[in-house]
Design a protein around this ligand. Structure first.
Ligand SMILES: [Fe+2]
Length: 475
């Protein structure tokens, strides 16, 4: 269990606590004249000292690169990022000379290169010569690397629940958000609505502190892409895509910069490849008849996914973590649950491809959507067309909700589910999961552990995978 310290103005014992804005200083005077002058100065300072940076977060971290995005007041012209390795060393700037000019919405992007692998960095957003907001991230080590990822999905818009502090205090190297970053259900094609939603989340104190402290990899689900159960027909699709590329620090997308038609992305940490697919941008309506024309990922993304997997085999990754928001394991004929049951033709196509490539035994699926923690050791995840009775596939781990009413979907799951009581939606639940990798370069062990909102480990929600020689066994 992690201590409940909440948002704080000082760093915690760990490296994952930062304060965001400039601190106040008390002043004193010995005469009323001095007092008046100070008062005048103080009131003058109030407007000058008003924070001009609304939020900042980082992502797209590799062993040598990272992206930091921030939102500043409209009209601000001179913005740059100051960065320094935590263990000392010289400060450097991005851009290296001059300043970045924010876009029309006040959003600035810093693409950092030539960083040192395996190094903790602190950064400051400097506005017109004043350091306004700070944050940090750590680059990944090159080669075999032991690390920790936290993951989860689904929080009411702007939630300030302490679960976000618990995630930060778990000291992950990365936080993977699997969608429902907010529940604005935006049906109008209006980028401003999406930016407002991001503002609400990224300005919420405990979430803001998490995102300043831990880099993110974020893929959307339905409520943060469009309306409930949204698909490629969502009227807000263009605005969702444009705003994601503008606001979110993400790994490279397909297509021209800023004009991607979907947000799938891949990145590696040590000997683990993470592939995040976009289950919304090309998704056929759920009510379409299942068959060759019906798709969850879209034809282009399926090609991209298969190509990335084939490359992964050549690159010899020890483990492939597929970040797939919605339930892969589903009860037969129980459709309309957002998961793969209604897209079973495409599910079989993918399962057959995993098997053909010989990677089924070194995959794990990370999911959200259903507001539960659930774990399956591979007993129920095999959808290959030639599967035999009792033939296992890969483990599946669901992690949700971060702060939302409980629900269960899909299954069965070999280790069951932890959801909660949802009569009349009276009580929200909070959960997250950590994925800790220990890798000595030969054997790689993965520890999954689910937590409640107080940071207490969920007893049944734990699983260990032992990987060596391209074969993983889940306990
Ligand atoms: Fe959700």
């Amino acid at each position: 269990m992690f201590p409940d310290t909440g948002p704080s103005t000082r760093a915690y014992g760990s490296t994952r606590g930062f304060f965001s804005c400039r601190g106040r200083r008390r002043r004193s005077g010995s005469s009323w004249i001095v007092g008046m002058l100070l008062a005048a100065g103080f009131f003058g300072m109030v407007s000058a000292a008003r924070a001009k940076v609304h939020w900042v977060w980082s992502g797209a971290v590799t062993s040598e690169t990272a992206v930091v995005k921030a939102r500043v007041d409209k009209g601000v012209r001179q913005v740059r990022l100051v960065i320094q390795a935590r263990k000392g060393g010289a400060e450097s700037h991005s851009p290296t000379s001059g300043f970045t000019i924010p876009d029309a919405a006040g959003i600035v992007t810093f693409s950092l290169e030539s960083l040192q692998p395996g190094t903790q960095y602190q950064y400051w957003i400097e506005v017109e010569g004043t350091r306004e907001m700070t944050g940090g991230f750590g680059t990944f080590s090159a080669g075999a690397f032991s690390f920790k990822v936290a993951f989860g999905s689904c929080a009411s818009t702007g939630s300030n629940h302490r679960v976000f502090s618990r995630i930060r205090q778990a000291n992950p190297d990365l936080f993977i958000h699997l969608g429902d970053f907010h529940y604005e259900n935006i049906a109008k094609n209006d980028p401003e609505r999406f930016r407002d939603a991001f503002d609400k989340v990224l300005s919420s104190p405990r979430q803001a502190e998490l995102y300043r402290s831990v880099p993110v990899a974020y893929i959307w689900d339905d409520h943060d892409y469009g309306p409930n159960n949204s698909d490629r027909t969502s009227p807000s699709r263009p605005a969702a895509l444009a705003t994601y590329q503008q606001v979110v620090p993400h790994y490279p997308l397909t297509g021209e910069p800023g004009r991607a038609e979907s947000i799938q992305q891949a990145f590696s940490i040590g000997r683990v490849l993470f592939i995040m697919t976009d289950g919304r941008s090309f998704r056929s309506p759920e009510t379409d008849p299942d068959g060759p024309g019906k798709t969850m990922l879209g034809a282009d993304q399926v090609v991209w996914f298969k190509t990335r997997l084939a490359t992964a085999v050549e690159e010899d990754y020890a483990l492939i973590a597929w970040v797939n928001s919605v339930p892969w394991i589903t009860w037969e004929n129980k459709k309309a649950e957002d998961g793969w049951e209604s897209y079973s033709r495409e599910r079989t196509e993918l399962a057959d491809y995993f098997k053909q490539l010989g990677i089924t035994s070194r995959m794990v699926v990370l999911s959200g959507d259903a507001h539960m923690v659930a774990m399956d050791d591979g007993s129920y995840s095999n959808y290959a067309s030639d599967r035999k009775a009792g033939e296992k596939a890969f483990p599946v781990v669901h992690s949700a909700p971060l702060d939302r009413y409980p629900s269960t979907k899909g299954g069965p799951y070999s280790k069951g589910t932890v959801a909660g009581w949802n009569l009349l939606w009276l009580k929200k639940e909070q959960r997250f999961t950590t994925m800790e990798i220990q890798d000595d370069g030969n054997a790689l062990t993965v520890f999954f552990q689910g937590f409640d909102g107080s940071g207490r480990p969920l007893e049944r929600m734990q699983m260990v995978m032992h990987c060596s020689e391209h074969v993983c066994e889940a306990e």
